[in-house]
Design a binder for this molecule. Structure first.
Ligand SMILES: Cc1cc2nc3c(=O)[nH]c(=O)nc-3n(C[C@H](O)[C@H](O)[C@H](O)COP(=O)(O)OP(=O)(O)OC[C@H]3O[C@@H](n4cnc5c(N)ncnc54)[C@H](O)[C@@H]3O)c2cc1C
Length: 461
């Protein structure tokens, strides 16, 4: 019997045939994510039903030295959940459900395969807000969101995935279960181990459960789309809004004019404002829209008097709000229109983002005249996105364009990944944002938690 046949036999014996899928019975959707990284052909797809099954599966794979690739909703943009030949894919999709909403602690406990939108709806039904939110909310799940430390639309007010977690249950590479389902905000009893697993893209452990922090429910936010007098004016508008609305700026999304035009043409979003040097979509989190609506409008009037905002339109209905956000959510359509393309997700200190964009534009236009580069992002969080249409679909061109952009990011001490993670796509550039000593410490941690290197090998480091 071959080693592979022995592994499959052992997995079937322990987990049952319904949890171990092999060969052509593995559906194509488990072979890729949204990154465009070529799909892999795993030895098997495991579909455990609970933490004990995950632990058994990992213990067996560990014994055979077989790599395991954890999978959530497969919406990742860096290839981090794509399995390779000779590896086993482990989907958390059957660990799906909200187990508890603790209204006194303001926490929600969910299994790793629960979609983010389901968590949001459960929180809402109990009078709370689960504030982690991004475009792929219907498909992305708790385990995937935490493993990539996802960001999204509300980071400026509520933080990244890491800030929404109080406790975790994790299975280590050898099958050991770590139950750390802490519900308290304060717990300084030694190292806070959960942070090792948040943002480590399935390379240090498999998340099976999470205790998530809930926020007080808010009313529909006050929302405005603003035509702004350039990038520097947008930064001044951000600081003015934060001063006047203290703690209540809920989103601050920037769009350069080329992105705005693409969103309203290929992206099919409505264009509520005409041509402008720069656009900002911002909103104010509130429990009292009538009273706070006045403060929000007064802040915008002040920004207009100061010449920062040239024109603005306020959302008067849910459908207005949805149509403003449609501008920011148009990226999937834009990306398919521009393919072959690259989608960048970088961080640069906010005061230098405007200058960095001009440098990127010049460098890319000089090398590949006529290609489209669309700039936008969560600039309140220093996060810039760029969708760049490639002159051809070759790996060499993609690598050259990535190098050009990341060299500029490096010059500003920026991050090559703001929120999407490293996966395989950005791994060659990790040293642009992390020092040799930092990468060496990452390797030391990896060896300590997964000495045989079976968890998601080849990803991140
Ligand atoms: C339209 C669209 C919009 C997006 N917008 C944003 C955005 O605004 N902000 C943002 O941050 N991201 C965004 N993303 C990227 C993506 O949604 C996130 O990276 C998300 O966190 C991935 O979650 P997932 O469940 O799909 O995970 P997957 O893609 O399945 O996996 C992602 C990583 O997590 C690991 N993993 C999955 N589950 C577990 C687990 N239980 N235990 C350990 N490791 C695990 C995988 O091995 C992989 O490394 C967007 C994606 C799309 C398609």
């Amino acid at each position: 019997m071959t080693e592979t046949a022995a592994l499959i036999d052992r997995l079937v014996e322990k987990l049952g045939a319904d949890q171990v899928i092999v060969g052509d019975a593995i559906e194509a959707r488990y072979l890729k994510d949204w990154s465009g990284v070529p799909e892999g052909k795993p030895l098997a797809l495991l579909r455990p039903k609970n933490t004990a099954d995950v632990a058994a599966a990992l213990a067996i794979c560990h014994g055979f030295g077989t790599p395991v690739v954890p999978q959530g909703g497969l919406t990742g943009l860096t290839g981090a959940a794509v399995p390779g030949a000779g590896q086993v894919a482990l989907t958390l999709e059957r660990l799906n459900g909200v187990e508890e909403v603790d209204t006194a602690a303001a926490t929600l406990t969910a299994l790793a395969g629960t979609p983010i939108q389901v968590v949001q709806e459960a929180a809402h039904a109990h009078g709370f807000l689960f504030a982690l939110d991004w475009g792929a909310r219907g498909s992305a799940v708790v385990g995937g969101g935490l493993s990539t430390n996802a960001g999204g639309n509300r980071v400026i007010r509520y933080g990244m995935a890491r800030d929404h977690v109080l406790g975790l249950e994790v299975v280590l590479a050898d099958g050991t279960v770590l139950s750390m389902l802490n519900k308290m905000q304060k717990n300084n009893s030694g190292y806070d181990l959960k942070h090792l697993f948040i943002g480590s893209e399935g390379t240090l452990g498999v998340i099976t459960r999470a205790v998530l922090r809930l926020q007080p429910q808010t009313a529909a936010p006050c929302t405005a789309l603003c035509a702004v007098d350039g990038f520097d004016a947008a930064v001044k508008l951000l600081r003015l809004a934060q001063r006047r609305l203290v703690g209540a700026v809920g989103a601050f999304e920037a769009m350069w004019p080329d992105y705005y035009r693409a969103a309203t043409s290929y992206g099919k979003a409505r264009a509520p404002l005409g041509d402008a040097p720069f656009y900002v979509l911002t909103d104010m989190v509130t429990a009292d829209p009538l009273r706070d609506g006045e403060r929000f409008e007064a802040m915008l009037e002040e920004a207009m008097t100061l010449g920062l905002v040239l024109d603005a339109t306020l959302a008067r209905s849910e459908s207005d709000t949805a149509s403003f956000w449609a501008l920011r959510d148009a990226t999937p359509e834009i990306m398919s229109h521009l393919a072959p393309m690259l989608a960048f997700d970088v961080s640069i200190p906010i005061g230098q983002i405007g200058e960095a964009v001009e440098r990127m534009r010049t460098a890319l236009d000089e090398r590949w005249p006529g290609q489209e580069g669309l700039y936008f992002g969560h600039i309140g969080d220093s996060n810039l996105h760029l969708i760049y249409s490639l002159a051809d679909g070759s790996e060499a061109t993609a690598h050259e364009a990535e190098t050009a952009v990341y060299e500029i990011v490096k010059d500003y001490g920026g991050a090559i990944s703001a929120e999407h993670g490293i996966g395989t796509l950005k791994r060659p550039f990790l040293n642009y944002s992390r020092s040799e000593a930092e990468i060496a410490l990452m390797r030391t941690l990896k060896r300590a938690l997964d000495p045989d290197g079976i968890l998601n090998p080849g990803k991140v480091i």
